[in-house]
Design a protein around this ligand. Structure first.
Ligand SMILES: [Zn+2]
Length: 142
């Protein structure tokens, strides 16, 4: 448990949460500032800064829980889809530095789609050769 970490406090039961799921390694609860009804967060019980900091052997357990929670939330609020959002570091708009995955219920006509379509307006159109060069650079880092 990290000192002053709100999510560690929630896992420890020191900070109240509307808890919806728990297993040996993961914990899930409703976001207190939901952008949709049923917006939930799935976190590892152990403090890791974000997904990039999570040990590889723990990723599978976390994402099994993400899927379970996503299905339960989808049924509970009768959503038409689920957006999974996982931010890593401040530049990616991570605000709480304990790894967390957002489960966001979606409907075809909900207001979030306007924001998401704005996001795709920033899509670039690189040449294939540029993509190949970048792919080669990325492959060097595995
Ligand atoms: Zn923490």
């Amino acid at each position: 448990m990290a000192e002053d970490c709100v999510f560690c406090g929630i896992v420890a039961g020191k900070i109240p949460s509307s808890h919806i799921y728990e297993d040996e390694k993961t914990f899930a609860f409703l976001d207190i500032a939901p952008i949709a009804r049923g917006h939930a967060l799935v976190i590892p019980k152990t403090h890791y800064r974000n997904l990039l900091d999570l040990p590889e052997e723990e990723v599978g357990d976390l994402y099994k829980a993400v899927k379970k929670v996503a299905l339960a939330v989808k049924k509970a609020v009768n959503a038409e889809g689920i957006l999974i959002l996982q931010a890593n570091e401040k530049a990616a708009m991570q605000a709480v530095f304990h790894s967390h995955t957002h489960i966001i219920p979606k409907w075809v006509d909900d207001p979030i789609n306007k924001v998401l379509s704005e996001f795709y307006h920033h899509a670039q159109k690189p040449e294939r050769s540029e993509l190949e060069k970048l792919a080669e650079e990325i492959r060097k880092h595995f």
